[in-house]
Design a protein around this ligand. Sequence first.
Ligand code: H2U
Length: 375
Amino acid sequence: MNINTVPHRRYNILTGEWVLVSPHRTKRPWQGKQEKRPQLDRTKYDEHCYLCPNNVRASGVKNPNYESTYSFINDFSALLSDTKKAEYNDGLLRAKSEKGICKVICFSSDHSLTLPLMDVMAIEKVIDLWQKEYLGLGAIEDINHVQIFENKGGMMGCSNPHPHGQIWAQSSIPREAEKKTRQQKSYWDKTGGSLLQDYLLQELDKKERIVVENKDFLALVPFWAIWPYEVMIIPKKHYQNIGQLSTDEKKNFAKIIKEITTRYDNLFLTSFPYSSGIHQAPTDGSEHEEWHFHMSFYPPLLRSATVKKFMVGYEMFADPQRDITAEYAAQALRDASNVHFSLDRLTVTEIVNADEIKVSETLTDETVNSTITKQ
Ligand code: H2U
């Protein structure tokens, strides 16, 4: 089967689910919604920002004069640490109380930054904090799962441009982690090996979906990607959680995060919106040897800085679907520069024109064919 032309379904080894891929559909004209291009804000300190140092948050608490990273319990936490165990059962209606802790993680005291614009040492400090929080929260009784994530950009529902992420830690294992535990465990029991380690070796051999690589990490567009430019960062060693990373490995993790997010911004010359998250072993007291931690980026942009993918219709009722192939996306990200465009003296006209360039580029046969030929 020619996966560059034939409509097909791809299997996600981590979730056991399928995605419909329709490569012939990239030529579909677009007369639909165009999002607003986000402004690049250079304000280093905003007196109205709830997350800037020394400012008072909505709860009335004052942030300390922090210099690099800072974490605090979310003032509007979705989960609370003092929730008592309780159940509601009424015929077919069932509910269970859920206990947890939600935290906000400020990546930097500088309001104007984003991960691609931070230097590697500053990103390492974010990773230090993620490690500390994963281990600390995970050690608490009744906290069986720790979800680290970032919503970047207004398009992803982020409420504040100050560089930050969140952590929701809770007693239940949520759906995505539960699926991934099941799939990895069944592979481990069958083969005695790690599912992601074997996948990583196959991708290293094929090379067509790899975006960048360093001594300790690989960043690729997974074969089963759903989002147009979805990326997964996988450690080369079989680690269950980020707590196992050495100082050297943390530096390489920071480098590859910076590299991927810079290429994202350069793809459409915009601050690329996404949701990213780290999936790692549950903290329920079991060893979870089957787990291989990884970080995923789910960005919505499809054709340009203003045209995004919609997860609607067939996707809501049947299966996720994509038009551009994972191989095309990996090639586009490999072709993007790893020097951030804002440091590269581009003119405003070039940035504004980038919308039209990308919209027409993704629509022509030549671009699709030339990418396929390159592979
Ligand atoms: P988002 O930008 O992804 O919405 O995350 C910001 C979080 O910060 C959000 O969960 C919290 C919100 O509840 N927050 C506080 O805890 N205190 C504040 O003063 C404002 C925002």
